[in-house]
Design a protein around this ligand. Structure first.
Ligand SMILES: Cc1cc2nc3c(=O)[nH]c(=O)nc-3n(C[C@H](O)[C@H](O)[C@H](O)COP(=O)(O)OP(=O)(O)OC[C@H]3O[C@@H](n4cnc5c(N)ncnc54)[C@H](O)[C@@H]3O)c2cc1C
Length: 388
């Protein structure tokens, strides 16, 4: 069993690496104030990267989750903010539109995603319920050929930049998870109100939104009640793409740490010649490679959506690994690592996001643990698991 990139994948990743290292990395510090990396997005749109997850008939490249993960990993090695912005265009929201929206919406939305002319946001989290999706209160009434959306969402990314928002909502007040579907709303819809902004330690801004009697055409109903299972399937894509950013951040921090350990001297020799430092670097490298194997394996299960359990364990591991590795990279840099002058502190701040978004570590452990309790084979153990 071997993961070997194809020639096309190597070329694509090499192109993105050159762009990231030559341009995005140098600009990364300025986005820490919450500004959006429009210039980087424009350059990525020109390469077709923003349309990676969009099917070819709508102007995209129609690439699998694996290729998308490789590109995000590479961008994260230079600029976390840009990787997060790209994730918004190649992740769940685009998958939801491409997989479940009516044809008219696909034709209206997807080509603009590819060209970089439309930023899509996704609104799931509510002020009183994030993980606890069964308690969402936002509701959409279906009234003849119109929809009436009411509710509130919070901690939403790219609100100031997005032109359209996918909103997870109860349909006709149906209770529980089964009552949740989703609708599409444009930002200039009367009743769409931004009620607050939250600056984050990763640099980007999040915002809170209220929907007050927002009237939408019926075609904006993308999934009705009973659509929640489908939404979760699309969300499993995010569980491969979020950890690809974690992996990239860990690798970016590792690359910085290696250079620093070679250049910085103490007691008359490079700090990388001390066993304490070399072991640290070896452990960082080991953890990155374990994460890469888990993540690439999870991505390889996507058909078209990844296996939920493979994606969950890859996400749990890569998210926690990235926090550890980026923190160790700061340690290698000594006090300079804590300043803005070296990128490692930025890698660390970005890595802290991983365990929170796309399903928290605790909820994913719960998902995997529950599954193991019922399905782990009594007789043949690991030998009977799907990976052999
Ligand atoms: C940078 C960033 C970007 C984001 N972007 C978006 C976005 O674009 N759209 C969007 O909708 N949301 C977004 N979010 C919000 C994110 O999805 C939520 O923060 C996340 O789902 C957790 O919800 P919560 O914050 O309400 O935490 P809560 O659900 O209140 O959980 C708090 C803590 O309790 C733990 N917990 C909850 N239930 C259990 C349980 N059963 N067992 C054990 N522990 C449990 C959680 O794991 C967590 O540690 C973003 C968040 C961040 C940090």
């Amino acid at each position: 069993m071997q993961f070997k990139l194809t020639e096309d994948q190597r070329t694509m990743v090499g192109t993105v690496r050159a762009l990231t290292q030559d341009r995005f990395k140098g600009r990364a510090l300025k986005y820490m104030d919450g500004s959006f990396p429009w210039e980087n997005m424009k350059e990525l749109a020109e390469l077709g990267i923003l349309g990676m997850a969009v099917p070819e008939e709508y102007g995209g490249l129609g690439l699998p989750v694996f290729d998308t993960a490789l590109v995000l990993e590479e961008i994260a090695k230079g600029c976390y903010t840009t990787a997060m912005a790209v994730l918004g265009e190649v992740g769940t929201q685009t998958k939801i539109i491409a997989s479940f929206a009516p044809e008219s919406i696909k034709r209206r939305v997807l080509p603009k995603v590819c060209s970089g002319d439309l930023i899509l946001a996704i609104c799931m989290t509510e002020p009183h319920a994030g993980t606890d999706v069964a308690n969402y209160r936002t509701n959409t009434e279906v009234r003849g050929d119109k929809l009436l959306l009411n509710g509130a969402k919070t901690l939403i990314s790219r609100v100031d930049e997005a032109g359209m928002f996918i909103v997870f909502t109860r349909i006709n007040k149906q209770p529980g998870r089964a009552g949740i579907g989703c609708v599409l709303i444009e930002r200039d819809t009367p009743g769409f109100i931004v009620t607050g902004r939250h600056h984050t330690m990763g640099g980007e801004n999040l915002a809170s939104i209220t929907f007050e009697n927002c009237e939408l055409p019926l075609e904006n109903l993308i999934l009705r009640e009973d659509g929640f299972k489908k939404l979760l399937n699309a969300f499993n894509t995010q569980r491969c793409l979020n950890p690809s950013i974690s992996l990239g951040l860990a690798e970016g921090a590792f690359e910085e740490a290696i250079h620093y350990a070679r250049d910085r001297t103490a007691f008359g020799r490079p700090i990388g010649e001390f066993q304490g430092m070399r072991w640290k670097l070896a452990e960082m490298y080991r953890d990155i490679e374990v994460g890469r194997s888990m993540l690439y394996r999870a991505c390889a299960t996507a058909n078209p959506f990844p296996d939920p359990y493979e994606a969950a364990i890859a996400k749990i591991y890569c998210n926690e690994m990235a926090i550890r590795v980026t923190s160790e990279a700061i340690q290698v840099h000594g006090g300079y690592g804590f300043t803005d002058e070296y990128p490692v502190s930025r890698f660390y701040r970005g890595a802290r996001y991983g365990t929170l978004g796309g399903g928290t570590t605790e909820t994913l452990k719960e998902l995997v643990g529950k599954q193991l309790m019922t399905d782990f084979p009594d007789k043949d153990g690991f030998l009977a698991m799907g990976t052999f």
